[in-house]
Design a protein around this ligand. Structure first.
Ligand code: SF4
Length: 272
């Protein structure tokens, strides 16, 4: 058992809630047994972009970010033991150029090329008691500026936010813990296309967070076996070691397999 869950104290991050929703086995292995899901080329790419954005408010230079990307990406690939082909490297480089340029243009057009005091901020604060369990919320906010909390999304394709997402709710509660009031807004920046989105925070968002925490607390207190979600196996960082792992067949592969089975049956029937 990790330090995150002991003596009826639960320290939890939004990413843990995401794992629980994704697959209880994944949550159990990562959160309770301390296994680290293996990194992949996309998470390494995202980490590299995040580091460059974090340093951006020291220098406001697009050229500096573009120059630093190749060396930093290389060092992160080594650190996380991820190998990619030369062609993939070129593709990531092209993508990084597009992302960082769009990000720079966004910040420039909004007049945000100015010093920001509170950039990446880690937090850990007592939230509330849920069923005799003291829940502590933790995490990292990318930036606090203009009485708002900000998060950079480095996802390469998705530009929408799920209204049931709890990340901004947790960030806002962390801000309140530091400043005594809720922030004016929570903003997601989609770095890939240089756009931003204000999270629609309301009573539902806060209730939704509590519902998620309730489910996790119920699971931990009951000590029941985790239920695997085989739909998530394809992208799971534990698929090399998980005994439940089952590859998800893509629709086209399914049709192909059906065709082969039908032909084989016909052939066998004709031989008989
Ligand atoms: S491999 Fe599948 S069942 Fe195992 S932890 Fe990952 S998602 Fe869950």
């Amino acid at each position: 058992m990790t330090n995150n869950w002991q003596n009826n104290v639960l320290t939890i991050h939004n990413s843990d809630l995401g794992k629980f929703k994704e697959c209880e086995v994944l949550f159990n292995e990562a959160f309770i047994n301390g296994m680290r899901p293996s990194a992949n080329k996309y998470t390494v790419f995202g980490n590299t972009i995040h580091t460059l954005l974090e340093n951006f408010y020291d220098h406001f230079s697009l050229a500096k970010m573009l120059n630093e990307f190749p060396t930093l990406f290389e060092s992160y690939l080594l650190k996380y033991n991820v190998t990619i082909t030369f062609k993939e490297k070129i593709n990531f480089l092209t993508e990084a150029r597009e992302m960082l340029t769009n990000f720079y243009n966004l910040e420039s057009s909004r007049g945000r090329l100015k010093f920001v005091k509170d950039r990446e901020i880690q937090f850990n604060f007592p939230y509330k008691k849920i069923k005799d369990v003291d829940v502590i919320l933790g995490g990292t906010i990318d930036k606090i500026s203009d009485n708002s909390v900000w998060d950079y999304k480095t996802n390469r394709r998705k530009y929408t936010i799920d209204p049931s997402d709890s990340q901004m709710v947790i960030y806002s509660l962390a801000y309140k813990n530091m400043n005594g009031i809720l922030p004016e807004k929570g903003v997601f920046v989609f770095v890939k296309n240089g756009s931003e989105y204000v999270f629609p925070m309301n009573d539902y968002s806060f209730q939704n967070l509590d519902d998620k925490l309730n489910k996790v607390v119920d699971f931990l207190v009951s000590k029941r076996d985790p239920i695997p979600n085989l739909e998530s196996c394809g992208r799971c960082g534990l698929r090399q070691t998980c005994k439940h792992y089952k590859p998800v067949m893509k629709p086209r592969a399914k049709v192909g397999r059906l065709y082969i089975n039908t032909m084989r049956d016909r052939l066998e029937n004709s031989i008989l």
